[in-house]
Design a protein around this ligand. Structure first.
Ligand code: SF4
Length: 250
């Protein structure tokens, strides 16, 4: 894995780590978990043994594989790209050693032509390690928040040294009425897609969009989701919300 991405808010994926563990309700239908199973079946050793079958579905089994060979991959991409770091894992998973995270950061420093988008649900560890990391200006750090029970992750993010901080409110599973956007540079929101997708209420989404507008924070609406995400589209109140952080924030 390490090339063009169909994810609306990025251009490429880069996976120096493979494997994860489900940690909160947003993980239940984790796309990466299903994809890892398929990649293993296709003979990709990087994903071998990272999932097990639970019921009739693949589930991460907690095996984390550090891919040393992938660390330098972005150096071979000469033209600048927006790169989603670890679409197949969580960089701040407890089994990823600090030294390895530092090497990921070294690559970011060495490739200033790119913009790196890192997303975690391990916000406590992110904050804990932040002062031991040398943050390059091309690192955008985000936390995933699926409902109000996990809004505390935003507080951890705020206390890091990341130069650009963003939220991924996806899959949005509940209202976020008290969303605090202080020091937040970008918000992505979207509904769940694929088999067993849980519904997103338009009221939850509008309330987030309105808060972003009031706070002048760029808002990116990824998708309504559902079983057929192409059909449900990504229009909200007659327009596409494709905003990104202003260059000045980067
Ligand atoms: S943290 Fe991310 S990669 Fe890991 S199980 Fe949850 S959704 Fe999947």
């Amino acid at each position: 894995m390490g090339d063009k991405s169909s994810i609306e808010w990025t251009e490429a994926t880069w996976n120096p780590v493979a494997g994860c563990t489900v940690t909160s309700p947003g993980c239940t239908n984790c796309y990466a978990m299903r994809l890892a199973r398929r990649l293993e079946a296709m003979g990709q050793p990087k994903y071998a043994g990272t999932t097990r079958i639970s019921g009739d579905r693949p589930k991460w089994n907690g095996v984390i594989r550090l891919d040393e060979g992938a660390l330098s991959l972005p150096k071979s991409w000469k033209t600048g790209r927006a790169i989603f770091v670890n679409s197949m894992s969580d960089l701040f998973h407890e089994k990823v050693p600090l030294n390895f995270i530092r090497r990921v950061f070294d690559t970011m420093w060495e490739t200033p032509q790119h913009t790196y988008q890192i997303l975690t649900k391990r916000a406590e560890r992110l904050e804990e390690l932040s002062e031991n990391l040398d943050w390059p200006s091309n690192a955008w750090m985000g936390v995933s928040v699926e409902n109000a029970d996990y809004a505390y992750r935003i507080e951890h993010l705020r206390r890091t040294g990341a130069p650009v901080k963003f939220l991924s409110l996806e899959p949005l599973l509940g209202p976020l009425e008290d969303l605090n956007l202080t020091e937040i540079d970008w918000v992505i929101a979207g509904g769940e897609s694929g088999p067993g997708a849980r519904p997103m209420n338009a009221t939850w989404l509008r309330s987030i969009r309105d808060r972003c507008e009031a706070a002048n924070v760029p808002f990116h609406f990824k998708q309504w989701g559902g079983v057929n995400k192409k059909k449900s589209g990504r229009t909200l109140d007659g327009r596409i919300w494709d905003q990104f952080p202003a260059p000045a924030a980067v």
